[in-house]
Design a protein around this ligand. Structure first.
Ligand SMILES: [Mg+2]
Ligand SMILES: [Zn+2]
Length: 187
């Protein structure tokens, strides 16, 4: 499992956009301050941008795969037109082990903290996980990154209120802080 390109794996809700809960339409998609510019900075620094998002709202029947694809397209168009920035892939898990309906109710290998979405992206997009980074706002994001072998991880949260201590994870107040961290720790 090794590719040639480095990726920035990005959780969506609470990292890129305001987490209103089950956001499924562009009208309810609100970029967090500085998030789009941070995506641009990561893109310009040579990272493939890959969104990895648990979307059990699909399994729960709140919205459809088509709704999510429509939203992803809007996000892509906005970032392309306003920031000259390309998202290499959107990956989502529609499942939930107990709350999803029908065939989507299952224990899958893609719902974070499982690493399935990252591993699939690495395969499909030729990514080198050990050169990649991840930004998430929940411990399940970090656990998925760790299980996949992502080298550097950032957890969005209040630095003064972290009950999450891990030596492989840096705390940031927002995605907008991440590009600066990469510069200050040159490697
Ligand atoms: Mg999140
Ligand atoms: Zn899944």
């Amino acid at each position: 499992m090794s590719g040639s390109r480095k990726a920035a794996f990005l959780d969506r809700d609470g990292v890129i956009n305001v987490d209103y809960g089950y956001v499924s339409a562009w009208e309810n998609f609100e970029f967090l301050p500085g998030a789009a510019a941070a995506l641009q900075a990561l893109y310009r620094a040579g990272y493939q941008l890959v969104v990895v998002s648990n979307q059990s709202g699909i399994g729960r029947g709140f919205y459809t795969e088509h709704d999510l694809m429509t939203l992803n397209r809007e996000i892509s168009i906005h970032l392309r037109d306003e920031f000259d920035t390309h998202i290499s892939g959107f990956y989502h898990c529609p499942h939930h082990p107990t709350e999803a309906l029908g065939l989507l109710r299952m224990v899958c290998d893609c719902r974070k903290p499982a690493p399935g979405m990252l591993l699939r992206a690495a395969r499909e997009l030729d990514l080198e996980l050990s050169e990649s980074l991840l930004v998430g706002d929940k411990s399940s994001d970090i656990l998925a990154g760790r299980a996949a072998g992502v080298r550097r991880m950032f957890k969005v949260g209040d630095p003064l209120n972290q009950n999450y201590a891990a030596t492989d994870t840096e705390t940031v107040s927002a995605l907008s802080e991440v590009p600066g961290r990469l510069i200050t720790r040159a490697n």
